[in-house]
Design a protein around this ligand. Structure first.
Ligand code: BGC
Length: 382
């Protein structure tokens, strides 16, 4: 049967795909090349840019500073857009003290105990910035660096390549690390992140993205009614400094069981001893699928009010679920509203925290000649 041209165009429009006609057949228009605009300067005069991307119904704004996702807009069940990612309207606020809003995290996502590890018989002391521990790459991690950004269109996909070379010894890490992170918005409106890195000396790497999600819209209040599913029967309990003890504990019968969709707030105040130092959830879930060659679905977040959903797929073995516990009403976000405890949550795909000191955890060692690769796919719905 030959499809009626108008039907095809209407269908494409309903799916949020821009339609064009070529010789009588409708096709998804290739996404437009990302557009760049100035977004202020750092104290040393370095210019920061903001890139706008749009494809398949998803809109996104990305800063050259920290690879920060400054805005991410998706429609609700009625087609109404909201910015579902916490952030600031001004570069000064990011520099003054952002809790990693929307940022790229490197060289090591989450904590390394006492900022120390030993590799091939050599001990390394990292930058310590969280009590006695090193968090998210140290005091000047990848989130606080300006990246080289190169836009691209590939078929119907659009995106940005973000490049950065981290010199040998930066924040105490061995090896010159050449990093390329690719943000792609697909023609279906998915946001895909591909991380790649190479080194000239043995080192450890664990890259992730630190978007704070509120599917009802940033600044709209708590995420405690968001329903979350995580395909993990175990998690990594921590000590008081949020460093894993090395144990892989079962979630069954605990507040950490998200194997079936559960409102985030349901067991948030359960008083489990693991929730006390974290002030809620701030743990790494051991994904049932383990390390996989390709991204597999591991988590679903749903806001019942707007109907918006986020599905996350990864090739990584872990997922850090952080329930925004340290947001304390001192920061005012993009929309001019204050962020309070639990006003967003993070779902960070990664290797387990403190892996360089935990022989039982999957390895995060990268050697010369090897390429670190990791992919995360975010699929939005309503
Ligand atoms: C960590 C939290 C930390 C937050 C930064 C999360 O990934 O697990 O402990 O406070 O990042 O705001």
């Amino acid at each position: 049967m030959e499809l009626n041209r108008r039907t095809v165009i209407a269908g494409a429009a309903a799916a949020g795909i821009a339609a064009t006609t070529l010789g009588g057949t409708a096709q998804a228009a290739p996404g437009h090349k990302p557009v760049r605009e100035p977004f202020g300067r750092l104290a040393d005069g370095t210019k920061v840019y903001r890139w706008s991307l749009e494809n398949g119904g998803t809109r996104m704004k990305v800063l050259s500073y920290g690879g920060v996702v400054q805005r991410l807009e998706v429609p609700d069940r009625h087609g109404r857009y909201a910015n579902v990612s916490l952030g600031f309207g001004d570069i000064g606020d990011y520099v003054a003290g952002s809790p990693y809003f929307g940022a790229l995290i490197g060289r090591y996502g989450n904590r390394i105990g006492k900022g120390r590890f030993t590799l091939d018989g050599t001990s390394y002391q990292l930058s310590v910035n969280d009590g006695e521990n090193s968090l998210h790459g140290g005091a000047q991690g990848f989130d606080k660096r300006v990246w080289d950004v190169e836009p691209f269109t590939r078929g119907a996909d659009v995106g940005l390549h973000l490049h950065r070379t981290s010199l040998d010894g930066e924040m105490g890490y061995p090896g010159t690390l050449r990093t390329r992170v690719t943000y792609t918005l697909t023609r279906r409106g998915e946001w895909r992140i591909d991380y790649e890195a190479t080194t000239d000396r043995a080192t450890v790497v664990n890259l992730t993205s630190h978007v704070y999600w509120n599917l009802a819209g940033e600044g709209s209040g708590t995420i405690e009614d968001h329903e979350l599913t995580i395909a993990a029967a175990r998690y990594t309990p921590t000590d008081a400094g949020l460093i894993p003890t090395g144990e892989l504990a079962g979630v069954a019968g605990t507040p950490f069981d998200f194997r079936r969709a559960k409102p985030v707030g349901r067991d948030l105040r359960a008083g489990h001893e693991q929730q006390v130092p974290a002030k809620g959830y701030d743990h790494n879930w051991v994904l049932d699928k383990g390390v996989t060659a390709r991204p597999e679905h591991v988590a679903t977040l749903r806001d019942p009010r707007s109907g918006r959903t986020l599905r996350i797929a990864t090739d990584q073995p872990g997922l850090q679920f952080y329930s925004g516990n340290f947001l304390d009403g001192t920061l005012t976000g993009t929309g001019g509203r204050t962020y309070r405890q639990g006003d967003a949550l993070c779902l960070e795909t990664q290797h387990f925290p403190d892996s360089p000191n935990q022989a039982g955890f999957p390895s995060t060692v990268l050697r010369p000649g090897q390429t670190y690769r990791s992919t995360t796919l975010h699929t939005f719905g309503a």
